[in-house]
Ligand binder design. Structure first.
Ligand code: SAH
Ligand code: F3S
Length: 482
């Protein structure tokens, strides 16, 4: 299963399936909310807790430990988690030995306040403190509340072998950076996930090779800001200026890392997320031309098409710089697809700013988009210095307009893939028809097609795309590659 970029925050999080080893006796129920990074982190958490005698279960009633890996990005995401927590009250009453814990961004943002507000929570652990889980669980056994929300400049969990929870055995996340230094004024991530730091490239390469050897065919290199990847021997990106001359000369950046992985494992498809316009170098696109296993798809959030709003968001690039990056990239790489994140109704956004957003979307012609109404987050620069002055109904209407426009753009983009042959990695069964496979083309569009020629999950096939719907392609296998 390739998890979508962000889980719909009005829905329950993804429950991780049951599994583990026979010697373990305790049961962990783990649910993840928010972005792909949380899913990847949950795989680290399960790895750590496996060694502590826990196997995962998808039946909450039999759990000894319930963990929610939470998201703080918008108010709605936090409300969903609080509602979910309230469902565990009854379980806790009937099973006094049950431990309930909150991980991730909400834990980091609310800290000890969580233990007071949500009486049933015993454990609060921030994104950089998962190694402390065994110790914290012992504290609880001794009748203490357990909390660790210390952010680190070093932690990358590089040596921890994640337990793959995605389930299809075809695609896997590989985390390459943690934290974010960009300080977009609306965003809580720099506060909940701390300073940007990069993971040792050799441990990344090893993880990718291990995945290949276990049958995986696609990896998604993950970070809040992958293009900002910088390995110079460890430590925060901000401290690079203090690195030795030798470290500076031998430092590895994202394009190099991408090239290394692509070169070492030519059969593996490589995707990456998320990119930030100001940190993206054209060298990344050169690597796409050089290595056909790097997918021709970039998730490149822009947030707004208005220069005024981009400035007040502290996005560090203009509309024209963004468009120019896309033009240059498209000139270099044929058939390159882009997707966006967009925020409507940010502080001071006028109708003219909103129209700039719509016109930018048309100019780029995105394949997909993830669109949100601005939600003020306490402690962020926007909360401290600006006024959340766009009325809710205006935000709603603008959101509807960008979503509708994206629907049209997606439909057009899907049409552009029709009448051609695409390489597709089979990553599951079609939800609607058990006799059909689903998979993705390099540009990330989903294709469904009949299960012909003895094909199986994880096969690469050449598919002729016959038609498209709004968001999906429909085709026919014409050749099997492996
Ligand atoms: N770089 C990150 C971005 C995380 S936040 C990544 O890896 O994807 C994901 C998206 O949520 C942002 O791109 C932005 O569009 C949206 N977002 C962030 N803060 C928000 C807020 N306060 N209100 C509404 N949307 C927000
Ligand atoms: Fe947030 Fe901007 Fe970083 S959206 S995650 S501060 S790039």
């Amino acid at each position: 299963m390739l998890i979508e970029k962000y889980i719909d925050e009005t829905k329950q999080g993804a429950v991780h399936k049951g599994g583990g080893c026979t010697r373990n006796t305790k049961k962990l129920f783990l649910e993840s909310y928010g972005c792909q990074m949380n899913f990847s982190d949950s795989e680290i958490v399960v790895s750590i807790l496996n060694d502590e005698g826990f196997n995962t279960t998808d039946n909450v009633k039999e759990a000894d430990l319930i963990l929610l890996n939470t998201c703080s990005i918008r108010e709605k995401a936090e409300q969903t988690v609080r509602t979910r927590l309230s469902h565990f009250k009854e379980l806790k009453r009937t099973n006094p030995n049950l431990t309930v814990g909150v991980l991730g961004c909400m834990a980091e943002r609310l800290k000890a306040q969580f233990l007071e507000e949500e009486q049933l929570v015993d454990l609060v652990v921030g994104p950089d403190s998962y190694r402390d889980l065994p110790h914290l669980l012992k504290e609880i056994e001794n009748g203490k509340d357990a909390i660790n929300v210390i952010l680190s400049k070093e932690e990358t969990y590089a040596d921890i072998n994640p337990v793959r929870l995605g389930g299809n055995g075809v695609s896997a996340f590989v985390t390459i950076t943690r934290g974010c230094d960009n300080m977009c004024t609306f965003c809580v991530v720099p506060f909940t996930r701390g300073r940007e730091r990069s993971r040792d490239p050799f441990s990344i390469l090893k993880e990718c090779k291990d995945l290949w050897n276990s049958g995986y065919k696609e990896i998604i290199l993950l970070g809040q800001n992958v293009d900002s990847y910088l390995w110079y021997g460890g430590g925060a990106k901000k401290d690079f200026s203090k690195a030795s001359e030798m470290q500076k000369v031998t430092a590895i950046r994202f394009a190099q890392l991408l090239g290394m992985v692509a070169e070492e494992i030519p059969g593996m498809r490589i995707r990456f997320a998320t990119s930030n316009p100001q940190d993206m170098s054209l060298e990344v696109f050169s690597k796409m031309i050089q290595y056909p296993n790097i997918c021709r798809y970039v998730h490149l959030p822009v947030q707004s098409g208005s220069d005024k709003i981009l400035r007040s968001m502290n996005r560090q690039h203009t509309r024209e710089e963004y468009l120019s990056l896309i033009r240059k990239a498209r000139n270099m790489v044929p058939d390159l697809a882009f997707s966006q994140d967009m925020i409507v109704g940010f502080c001071g956004e006028t109708e003219a700013d909103h129209r700039d957003t719509l016109s930018l979307m048309k100019e780029v012609g995105y394949d997909y988009g993830y669109m949100f109404a601005y939600s003020e987050r306490s402690g962020t620069p926007a909360h401290k210095k600006m006024t959340d002055d766009v009325p809710e109904e205006v935000k709603k209407r603008r959101l509807r307009e960008v979503i509708d426009l994206q629907g049209e753009l997606s439909a057009q983009r899907m049409k552009s893939y029709v009448g051609r042959v695409h390489e597709v990695l089979i990553d599951g069964e079609s939800k609607k028809d058990k006799d059909q496979w689903k998979g993705r083309i390099s540009q990330n569009a989903v294709v469904v097609f009949d299960k012909e020629y003895d094909t199986k999950l994880g096969d690469f096939v050449q598919v002729f795309v016959e038609r498209s719907t709004r968001g999906t392609l429909v085709g026919k296998i014409i050749e099997i590659k492996s």
